[in-house]
Structure formats: structure tokens, C-alpha cells
Design a protein around this ligand. Sequence first.
Ligand code: COA
Length: 259
Amino acid sequence: MFNNDTLKGRTALITGGGTGLGLEIATAYARLGASVMLVGRNEERVQAAAETLNRDGVKAAAAKCDVRNYDEVKAAVEGTVKQFGSLDILINNAAGNFVCPTSELSPNGFRTVIDIDLNGTFYGCHAAYPHLKASKHGGSIISIITMLGVTGWPGAAHAASAKGGILSLSRTLAVEWGGDGIRVNTISPGPIGDTEGVQRMYIDAGKGDLEAKKTALGRFGAKVDIANAAVYLASDLAGYVTGENLIVDGGRWLKYVAA
Ligand code: COA
């Protein structure tokens, strides 16, 4: 669908890049000409993913990084620039979540998810800023959120608060950093059937059919649907798009509002 050189000459850093949506985005980017740095808490996992990509003849590397630790995020950013010569695209994809009624959620449980999702996204943006500003293509930040961060997410107050915060952070940075040539956008995936999160939270819990029917299209999405959106937003095709939240949810949120 995209030309093979759509992202040629660009370098992308993807947090949570070893599995799921992060790896799908990294794979799409690499196949379209980008160099990709995969970072995650589990070093073996990101290294294995990068080696698999390299066997396909694309440029990939990996580093251990817990996005809750600013020093590790900064080191990952600097390592990316050292290895590939630039940083043009930042994908804030790393996330943590679990279902827990708020009355039973401990302060540490709330803080843990805020630390991973919201603080981790801020750390990535902050550490990447000077390099994105220097990008000859114009920098691009894409953060993965969910419309449940806008509507509210009963049973996941921590993740809802974090995702809503990331949306607001992204719109703020879109304005603050627009003059530096940096575009800042978010993607709101709906239920993506081939992810660990949907498998665990919906399918394993016996709620797969029910959740699929909550979308306007009546089915789960696939990881590639999100990767395609991430390619578009990072590319010159979206050169005038910033501060946008691209909803890729099969019409789930509209059906929710219309009900
Ligand atoms: N229900 C209630 N509280 C929970 C919980 C659950 N299912 N899972 C974690 N917590 C609480 C812990 O009890 C702890 O709080 P406490 O110290 O007051 O007891 C706090 O959250 C931190 O838990 P801990 O296990 O030490 O954190 P961690 O850093 O090892 O892992 C997550 C945090 C979010 C990554 C972990 O819960 C997890 O692995 N989730 C599933 C995988 C995932 O999130 N995938 C991403 C899908 S979007």
C-alpha cells in the first residue's frame, strides 16, 4: 500500500517494541526503509525481535529500557542517535494495565500505571526533543492511547487517567513544538484481536463476541491496522497533521456515544 521508500532515511525509536503493537509498527517502519530501535524492559525479548528483523535484511537494534526511569530513556535516545545518526520518529507505545475496581486499587497500583504510561511518555518526548528538532525530515511523535481515556474506563482508572493525560500532553506539545518542525499525534486503537491485551482482558474472559459487537464494524481490528495508521502519521503524507488523535477503532467509540 505504501511505497517501499516511504520512511527511507528516518530512524524510529519504539518503546515496548519487542511485542504486540510496538513490534508491528517497528516491522512496518523497517520494511518501508526506516532504521528502528526497539526498547523494552525485557532485554532478551527486544534483542530477539531486533535479530528477527535483521534477518529480513532491515536495520534494527534493541536496548533495555524501563520507561519509568528517565536516565534509561535518555540513554536509549542517545544510543539510537549514536547507532543510526539521527532520531526522527518517537513511538510511545509502552504501557501497563490491569483491571481493578478503583475502591480496591492501591495508591501504588495507580502510581505504577501512571508511571509507565504517562510519565514514560513525557520522558520519551523530553529526551527526544533536541534530536527531533534537528531531524531533516521534521520530527514526529506518536503516542498510543485509547478513547477510553476520553470517555472514562470503569475498572481501569489508572490507565484512563494516564491515556487522557497523554492526549492532553500531546496537544500541548503539538503547539509548543510545532515551530520546531515536530508533529505530535496520538493513535486510539480499538480492540485489536491479535494483541495480548485483548486476548487476556476480553477473549480469555469469555467476552470476545460481546466486545466485538460493541464496534460499529462488528469485529476486532488487527495489529496491521494500527501499524498502517502509524506509517501514515510518521510519513510526509501527514506533513500538515499535528495535534490529531487518529481513532482506529472500527467505530467503537461512536457506537458507545450513540447508544
Ligand atoms: N490488581 C490490583 N493491583 C495490582 C494488579 C492487579 N491485577 N497488578 C498490580 N497491582 C498493584 C500491585 O499490588 C502493586 O501495588 P501494592 O504495592 O500496593 O501492592 C502495584 O500494582 C505494582 O505492582 P507490581 O506487580 O509490583 O508492578 P510491576 O511494575 O511489576 O508491573 C504492570 C506493573 C502493570 C506491568 C503489571 O501489572 C502487569 O504485568 N500487567 C499486565 C501486562 C500489561 O500491562 N501489558 C500491557 C497491556 S496494555
